[in-house]
Design a protein around this ligand. Structure first.
Ligand SMILES: [Fe+2]
Ligand SMILES: [Fe+2]
Length: 281
């Protein structure tokens, strides 16, 4: 199974201080086109929050427009820049009908891997919370299929990254989330966004990662007194399940040069079945 992840699209309808840095609609257009040009299409696209800048109806309408060429299932979850009530309303076509009253978490069982979208965003706030209600919701959902290989997709990373100002303003009760993951080794991968950088770690035996943004990235700055936004290339990730583990690839979308290796690969395939293997010539 191949899962694509897009995150932090920050689609905006009005002027923004970031206008000089990046046009987030244009970069999402480039990401969509890159995804469409992949020879191996993903089975599903998980969109891990901050899909718009301010959570307005107009911004969600632009987002839907930009995603429409994909013609693939998209499962979205809100971030701190979205607003849950408008998110539910505007993105109805992508969401199940039986959502909880106060958050936008859900389970999708259409694929060989069970997909759990966990919404820890709070209306009117930029921090998130794995509060009692969400803890109980997730614990119950995990119990319902405790043997099924599972991915949790969410906006706030449940671990500290070393990017100080994001860590202190991120997810409350993240230790509680990690303890629950450690008790449920059927969770093979926890993927998130919010940090606008590719980041990888582990929670117990579970891989955990952050997907870069389709728009602007956070500068790689681990000095707690500093931080920046940078126009590193718009990016997305592909998470490939081989029946045993996930392998995550980061795709950076930029105008680079390509040197085609297809004819050389034919030779590699031929040699791989020879006893001689791969001696240097
Ligand atoms: Fe973001
Ligand atoms: Fe965020």
């Amino acid at each position: 199974m191949l899962i694509a992840q897009i995150s932090d699209c920050h689609i905006r309808s009005g002027p923004s201080p970031f206008d000089g840095l990046v046009d987030s609609s244009e970069t999402l257009r480039q990401v969509v086109s890159h995804l469409l040009n992949n020879r191996r299409k993903p089975d599903v696209i998980l969109a891990t929050g901050d899909l718009t800048e301010s959570g307005t109806k107009e911004e969600y309408a632009s987002l839907i427009d930009l995603l429409s060429p994909l013609n693939l299932p998209v499962l979205p979850i809100p971030g701190n820049h979205d607003e849950c009530p408008q998110f539910k309303n505007s993105l109805k076509r992508y969401l199940p009908e039986d959502l909880p009253e106060t958050h936008c978490s859900y389970v999708n069982e259409d694929y060989p891997i069970r997909l759990i979208g966990l919404d820890t965003s709070l209306v009117g706030r930029h921090d998130g919370d794995f509060d009692d209600e969400r803890f109980e919701w997730l614990e119950k959902k995990l119990l319902q299929a405790s043997e099924a290989p599972t991915v949790i997709f969410t906006h706030f990373p449940p671990f500290s990254s070393g990017i100080h100002f994001m860590d202190v303003s991120g997810l409350r009760n993240s230790e509680r989330f990690c303890s629950l993951v450690e008790k449920n080794p059927q969770i093979k991968l926890v993927i998130s966004g919010h940090l606008h950088r590719p980041i990888a770690t582990t929670i117990g035996t579970t891989a955990a990662s952050v997907c870069p943004s389709t728009s602007h990235q956070l500068g790689l700055e681990l000095d707690p007194a500093h931080g920046s936004l940078v126009n590193e290339p718009p990016s997305y990730q592909l998470h490939r399940w081989d029946g045993l583990r996930f392998t995550t690839h980061t795709a950076m979308v930029w105008e680079g040069k390509t040197f085609d290796l297809s004819s050389w690969i034919k030779e590699v395939d031929k040699q791989s079945s020879d006893e001689t293997g791969f001696p240097k010539k």
